[in-house]
Write a protein that binds this ligand. Structure first.
Ligand code: NAP
Length: 527
């Protein structure tokens, strides 16, 4: 049952005065449950509890953390249809999407469980002593990754499960040994509370310290701001807009003790359609892209918002087919009136820009809170002069840029802000002639895709979901896949430390049997 209260560790409380409800965009009405925004005292309690839980949780074994993560997955599964129902009521997204996202969330939790159970992820490195070294003896140094402390997680509006309460950031932080305080997204507070209840149950069943997890409701930015400023918070995970991520990044860097903010933000995900691809498969790509642009009402951070090609008959044909195909697709419900409001106003602002033409715009009657897809076109020289044309329009919108020649195409790519993805559509034979384009694109993005669409982010170890700013605030890390754990740890060295007092990961006997680098060689053997 959803109570509308905050979880401060395993305590449900609602002492705050600010109340709010979530919204059902399909029915255009508020949902029933009244949520209580976390008060200042509740925020303080949650952070203090997390700090005290950290003292124990930071050195809990990989096997115990793995039990905790697997149990969270079990408890989420046990929520059954109730979770799917509330997800749909709060997001307007279809049941199939809710089920798919729940599967992804569970998969992420279990992947981290396997990672920490095996244990080699901590990157144990041992440089043994050499007492006979001249002119001074060499000391024994042993390094491993250790957790950085309580983490605050801000979930995304468009992923109520996979990038929210028990999503990638939280799973990675638990795996690392960090307690988590979630600033619940106000649009899906009920989904958040149900998932929070699953985490709390799992924490109790697996005997994790109370305070390893808290879930705080909020209807505005104040709760998040207070959390980021709190001295006991040691890092922040954020998924959302560039404006939100940047504001939190600035706040965190202005603290007396600055802390890292790993913000995954918006992107226009440039797609380059090379001349032969436009000529030979332009129609096919146009149909595929009509689907990708409108997938989930365009509410994906990997939505292809910018398509670039060389001006000519083939690109004109691609634009024509894309425009015809996209208006054949039935619009779908967007997440919330605020999201659709932002979509319509950003789209209109874009359409007011000088030199921008609208080649397709869905104009039939649609239900309230549904998003009308649109395709616009612009000349290469125009986008070079006007960076307002680079902005993300979060929704089913894309802009095709008609470049004068390859040099101009390269210049435009080089001038783009950092992006999560870049895509090259090419016939095999032509790709080698565009090395500069590929290299320039690689310099701007976190992931490059050949002959496909950027929507759809596989959860696997090789995935990079991130990229140069403003796609993320730190392009050295990924937010998706097991390597995202690296955001929540710091390297730490023991010097000449007694073997019996070292963590198991660094002991001579290698009792965990993990893979380590000993004197420069990778091995699972004992010393
Ligand atoms: P959002 O408006 O930035 O909200 C995200 C969260 O941040 C919310 O909880 C919001 O709190 C909080 N927030 C926003 N501005 C803040 C501020 N100035 N100070 C403190 N907290 C602040 O984003 P959204 O509408 O949920 O999501 C859409 C955006 O997310 C799109 O741009 C999309 O591309 C991006 N996104 C990126 C990824 C990725 O992996 N890179 C994934 C999904 C979505 P309140 O709601 O309480 O204000």
């Amino acid at each position: 049952m959803i109570t509308g209260k905050n979880y401060i560790g395993n305590l449900l409380t609602s002492t705050g005065r600010v109340k709010f409800k979530t919204f059902n965009p399909q029915e255009n009405k508020e949902n029933n449950v009244v949520f209580s925004e976390a008060s200042e005292a509740e925020i303080e309690m949650a952070v203090e509890l997390a700090a005290s839980a950290f003292k124990v949780f930071r050195s809990i074994s990989g096997i115990k953390k793995s039990e905790f993560l697997n149990q969270i997955a079990n408890e989420i599964e046990a929520l059954g249809d109730e979770l799917i129902k509330i997800y749909c009521l709060e997001s307007g997204l279809p049941e199939s999407r809710a089920i798919g996202e729940r599967g992804r969330t569970i998969f992420q939790l279990r992947s981290f469980a396997n990672l920490v159970k095996e244990g080699s992820w901590i990157e144990a490195t041992i440089d043994t002593a050499d007492l006979s070294r001249q002119p001074i003896p060499k000391v024994d140094i042993r390094k491993m990754s250790i957790p950085i402390g309580p983490i605050v997680v801000f979930g995304a509006s468009n992923f109520p499960l996979a990038y929210s309460t028990a999503g990638g950031d939280t799973a990675a932080a638990f795996a690392a040994g960090c307690p988590v305080i979630v600033k619940s997204h106000p649009m899906h507070a009920g989904t958040g509370e149900l998932v929070a209840s699953a985490i709390i149950k799992a924490a109790e069943k697996t005997e994790m310290p109370n305070g390893v997890f808290s879930n705080l409701n909020s209807s505005g930015i104040e709760v998040g701001v207070k959390l980021v400023k709190h001295p006991q918070v040691k890092a922040v995970g954020f998924t959302g807009s560039v404006g939100g991520g940047r504001a939190l990044y600035n706040l965190a860097s202005q603290r007396p003790e600055p802390i890292p903010v790993f913000a995954e933000m918006g992107s226009v995900n440039p797609v380059i359609i090379l001349p032969e691809a436009a000529k030979i498969r332009g129609n096919e790509w146009a149909k595929t892209y009509a689907g990708s642009i409108t997938l989930g009402s365009g509410q994906f951070c990997t939505n292809p918002g910018l398509i670039l090609g060389i001006k000519g008959a083939d690109l004109t044909n691609f634009i024509k087919i894309l425009s015809e195909e996209i208006v054949k697709i039935e619009p779908t419900c967007m997440l919330h009136p605020n999201i659709i409001g932002a979509y319509e106003s950003k789209k209109a602002k874009m359409q007011e820009q000088k030199g921008l033409q609208t080649s397709a715009s869905f104009s039939d009657e649609i239900a309230i809170n549904y998003g009308r897809q649109a395709i616009t076109t612009v000349e290469g020289v125009t986008i070079l002069k006007n960076t307002a044309l680079h902005h993300e329009v979060f929704g089913p919108f894309s802009m095709v840029v008609q470049c004068k020649n390859v040099q101009q195409l390269e210049e435009i790519i080089a001038n783009l802000e950092g992006q999560l993805t870049g895509t090259i559509l090419a016939e095999n034979a032509e790709l080698e002639n565009y090395e500069n384009i590929v290299n320039t694109l690689q310099n701007r993005v976190g992931r490059i895709i050949f002959n496909g669409v950027p929507t759809g982010v596989e959860v696997c170890a090789a995935m990079v979901h991130g990229g140069p700013y403003p796609a993320s605030t730190d392009s050295r890390f990924t937010a998706v896949g097991i390597n995202s754990i690296k955001r929540w740890v710091r390297p730490f060295s023991f010097q000449n430390w007694p073997n019996e007092l070292l963590p198991d990961e660094l002991k001579n006997e290698n009792p965990l049997g993990i893979s380590r680098i000993v004197d420069g060689k990778r091995t699972t053997h004992k010393l």
